[in-house]
Write a protein that binds this ligand. Structure first.
Ligand SMILES: NC(=O)c1ccc[n+]([C@@H]2O[C@H](COP(=O)([O-])OP(=O)(O)OC[C@H]3O[C@@H](n4cnc5c(N)ncnc54)[C@H](O)[C@@H]3O)[C@@H](O)[C@H]2O)c1
Ligand SMILES: O=C(O)C(=O)C[C@]1(C(=O)O)C=C[C@@H](O)C=C1
Length: 292
């Protein structure tokens, strides 16, 4: 049970965590701060927070849990602002999609005595929608949450972070910060880059209006995530560039290989590449049978 939760960033992720805790009766009061007054008022109207405040520092005063859910590059200034106001017993955690830069920002802005309180986290759950209206209470149910504890963490703080996510139905795993950023570059950051890139490329075609008029299911499925928030994805791509760029190069090599096969009218080669990819994806998303 949390007495007072400080929520910094009142959008899809922060709002959904708050709704999930409130729905289960696991939190006393939720105090919220977001940059814009309009967002804070909307968050209260939607019941995501009980009390909007005018600064991150004010939000964390007296809180026993602090959850930061702003875009990842904004977290450095948040840590700097909240540091002097944090309760020494408070758990500080976040939902950022990149962990390396967030941990570096925390270490730079919090005092070494506070490092042990910060347990970095990342819910592998989301949608292409953002802002307080996008939040919903069931977002994390049966979804993985990756915690990337740091060596300074007090074991009690890690346990509290695990309990927090499990209490809203998530499956918690732990991994090393750098490994997290490597793996997520592949399965989350690269696909978003590909989707934004495809829509951008098509929108530059002279015949774009004609092209988009006939866009159907395939384009819709592939491009859904290009409707995601540009600021959030700008921050992720820049913060994780060291892992993302080699992954992008790896993808470009594969696209180039495919291009060569098609150019050579190598039907067998094209079919094999597609069949191998289909087998991998089918295995990943095989529908559950009644026996399994
Ligand atoms: N959207 C997803 O699918 C998803 C999934 C997992 C993790 N994440 C991560 O969670 C975090 C939040 O993402 P989201 O989808 O909730 O975004 P969102 O845009 O819905 O919400 C972000 C909130 O942060 C506020 N904000 C921005 N800068 C701020 C600042 N300097 N100080 C205070 N508030 C500020 C915004 O006004 C907004 O209310 C990001 O770090 C993102 O990488 C997102
Ligand atoms: O389903 C979506 O729309 C998402 O983009 C969710 C998604 C992803 O799967 O890539 C996006 C960012 C995250 O940090 C975690 C989850």
């Amino acid at each position: 049970m949390i007495n007072r939760l400080a929520l910094i960033g009142l959008g899809l992720i922060g709002g959904s965590l708050s709704l999930a805790l409130k729905e289960r009766g696991l939190v006393g009061e939720v105090v919220g701060y977001s940059r814009q007054l309009q967002t804070r008022l909307r968050a209260r109207e939607l019941g995501l927070i009980d009390r909007p405040v005018d600064s991150a520092a004010e939000a964390v005063r007296g809180a026993d849990v602090v959850f930061i859910a702003t875009p990842v590059q904004a977290m450095a200034s948040v840590f700097a602002e909240i540091g002097p106001e944090l309760d020494p017993g408070a758990l500080i955690t976040d939902g950022g999609s990149v962990k390396g830069n967030v941990v570096a920002a925390a270490k730079l802005s919090l005092s070494p005595a506070q490092w042990g309180q910060f347990v970095p986290g990342h819910p592998i759950a989301g949608t292409e929608r953002s802002g307080p209206d996008a939040a919903f209470a069931t977002l994390f149910v049966d979804h993985r949450v990756i915690l990337t504890p740091i060596s300074e963490n007090a074991p009690e703080m890690v346990t509290r972070a695990v309990d927090l996510w499990q209490s809203v139905g998530a499956i918690v795993e732990q991994m090393d910060v750098q490994h997290h950023d490597h793996v997520l570059a592949a399965t989350s950051h690269l696909p978003h880059l590909a989707a934004f890139g495809l829509v951008s490329a098509l929108s530059r075609l002279e015949e774009r209006y004609e092209v988009f008029r006939y866009a159907a299911g395939g384009f819709r499925d592939f491009s859904r995530i290009a409707s995601s928030d540009p600021q959030m994805w700008r921050d992720i791509c820049v913060a994780n560039r060291d892992e993302l760029l080699p992954m992008l190069d790896h993808y470009l090599v594969e696209l180039h290989r495919l291009r060569q096969l098609i150019e050579a009218s190598d039907s067998a080669g094209v079919e094999k590449l597609f069949a191998d990819a289909k087998a991998v994806r089918d295995a990943l998303y095989r529908p559950a049978t009644s026996q399994s």
